[in-house]
Design a protein. Structure first.
Length: 170
């Protein structure tokens, strides 16, 4: 599995300082209650189906549509939420591992959100999910605790997910 290269300590700190407000905005935007996500296929799933599904693309049928992730967290498990663009090679390299992580680790569920609207070539920075996010760093990770409280986001969440992936049996 090819993992994205690490940032130097100074560059990481600069990136984190710059990106934290941007992705906080992204979290607020994607967590807002909107009618846009009300007709997604996942909203038609029962609560028990949502809880039992370990790997769930939240807006696969309508990419670029904002989703209130809190409706899809799994009580009693760590829930990893990944915002991605299909044009971001880093996510393409991570997706098989994330699927395996959700299958192997019974205490982890994975939820994905595609930020790209149909027809947009490249990372969709003008779509509704990232409209206020000026940074171009994807994939963006959040980890929620089994109690459904946000545990980590951005780089710390990404580092935790990478550690979980490294610990998977080969």
């Amino acid at each position: 599995m090819n993992l994205p290269r690490k940032l130097s300590g100074r560059r990481l700190k600069q990136s984190a300082t710059f990106l934290l407000p941007i992705f906080s905005t992204l979290v607020v935007i994607s967590g807002c209650s909107t009618n846009a996500g009300d007709d997604l296929a996942v909203t038609k799933m029962s609560k028990s189906q949502i809880q039992e599904t370990s790997f769930l693309p939240l807006n696969a049928d309508k990419p670029g549509t904002p989703v209130d992730v809190k409706d899809f967290l799994v009580a009693g498990k760590y829930t990893v939420v990944v915002y991605f663009s299909p044009y971001d090679g880093a996510y393409g390299n991570l997706e098989p591992g994330l699927m395996q992580l959700a299958q192997v680790r019974q205490d982890i569920a994975v939820r994905t959100i595609n930020v790209n609207r149909p027809g947009v070539q490249g990372i969709d920075l003008q779509g509704p999910i990232m409209i206020n996010a000026q940074g171009q760093v994807l994939p963006y990770f959040q980890i929620y605790e089994p109690s459904r409280r946000l545990r980590a986001q951005a780089r710390p969440a990404y580092e935790q997910v990478l550690q979980w992936l490294r610990d998977l049996p080969r």
